[in-house]
Design a protein around this ligand. Structure first.
Ligand code: ADP
Ligand code: MG
Length: 144
């Protein structure tokens, strides 16, 4: 079902957690949505699904957090990256080519750096304050 509607943070985390087993080292997830859309909440569920044992919080000030797990998780918040060059300086490409899964909040800040294989997830408001619509766009469905 796409988009998926979630009614609370737990459902958003559960949705992300059930995606985790489908992911492989080198996969890149680009999260799009306004402040409070649920992006960090999604990453918390993803981390749980990947077997990360520690609490995940937003890397807004550190820009990237690395979590060990059978497949490591690299959590990027690109909000404060002004442009592509800032993303390059941060070494984003090395993360994409690394042995883990990279998930990026505010991915539109670094569109030019995202590999073609990136899976995009759009977070949109729902009909009630706690409802969110999560739309997954696979690389095969993205416009060329
Ligand atoms: P973002 O990283 O996109 O800025 P966060 O995940 O940090 O967003 O915050 C989402 C906020 O919205 C949290 O306070 C969370 O409790 C709340 N919320 C309410 N409903 C939902 C939902 N269905 N999914 C995710 N978060 C929700
Ligand atoms: Mg966030």
């Amino acid at each position: 079902m796409n988009p998926v509607t979630t009614n609370n943070p737990e459902e958003t985390r559960a949705f992300a957690a059930q995606l985790a087993p489908t992911l492989r080292a080198g996969d890149v997830l680009a999260l799009h949505g306004e402040l409070g859309a649920g992006k960090t909440c999604f990453v918390q569920g993803l981390a749980q699904g990947l077997g990360v044992q520690v609490a995940v919080s937003s890397p807004t000030y550190t820009l990237i957090n690395e979590y060990s797990a059978p497949i490591p998780l690299y959590h990027v918040d690109a909000y404060r990256l002004s442009n592509t060059q800032a993303g390059l300086d941060l070494g984003l490409e090395d993360y994409f080519d690394g042995q883990g899964i990279t998930v990026i909040e505010w991915a539109e800040r670094v569109t030019n750096l995202l590999p073609d294989r990136t899976v995009h997830i759009y977070f949109e408001p729902g009909a009630t304050p706690d409802e969110r619509r999560l739309r997954v766009v696979l690389p095969s469905e993205a416009p060329p």
